[in-house]
Write a protein that binds this ligand. Structure first.
Ligand SMILES: Cc1cc2nc3c(=O)[nH]c(=O)nc-3n(C[C@H](O)[C@H](O)[C@H](O)COP(=O)(O)OP(=O)(O)OC[C@H]3O[C@@H](n4cnc5c(N)ncnc54)[C@H](O)[C@@H]3O)c2cc1C
Length: 135
């Protein structure tokens, strides 16, 4: 695992689980510079931020686990979204289209955390239930 920052910021319970895995190496303070390969991935290059030294690791796959842009382009001009692509919801999880609800990181919720997205899922489900019994 390649981490840009000098330290991991995930919940300590998750960090402890990660460090307990024998087949995981954590490389901190490293800037990924390139995913290499022609027909398929064969490695990754990163720069050690402290020394600017470039390293290359041979591997068979990469999981990209970062980014704040939600995968909502497919909604096009349907529900209202912020300029960042987050779905705008009210306190019931309702979008601007009656009967359409949204929850989680893809919405304009202030914080992107597991417990927040779970709560917003419950809110949107209750909001949808409330909408259905009234309509
Ligand atoms: C590296 C990293 C570390 C994190 N660490 C923590 C932490 O320590 N503690 C914490 O509380 N939170 C942490 N988070 C945040 C947490 O993961 C999110 O807040 C949470 O997963 C959001 O849940 P969600 O269900 O809204 O979205 P997601 O978990 O992102 O689930 C969305 C799902 O929708 C799928 N999907 C996307 N587009 C489509 C489509 N068009 N059709 C069908 N399916 C689609 C995706 O594949 C995904 O499975 C971390 C996030 C990252 C990236």
């Amino acid at each position: 695992m390649i981490e840009f920052a000098p330290e991991l910021k995930a919940d300590s319970v998750l960090q402890e689980r990660l460090s307990s895995l024998a087949n995981v190496t954590v490389i901190k303070n490293a800037q990924t510079t390139e995913i290499t390969g022609t027909d398929k991935v064969n490695g990754i290059s990163y720069k050690e931020r402290a020394t600017e030294e470039i390293h290359h690791i041979e591997l068979e796959g990469v999981f990209v686990q970062i980014g704040l842009v939600p995968n909502t382009e497919w909604l096009a001009d349907t529900v209202e979204r912020t300029r960042m692509g987050e779905i705008v919801v009210d306190k019931h999880g309702a979008t601007n289209i009656p009967g359409v609800f949204a929850a989680g990181d893809c919405t304009d919720s202030t914080y992107k955390q597991i417990i927040i997205s779970m709560g917003s899922g419950a809110t949107a489900a209750l909001g949808a239930f409330d909408y259905l019994i009234r309509n």
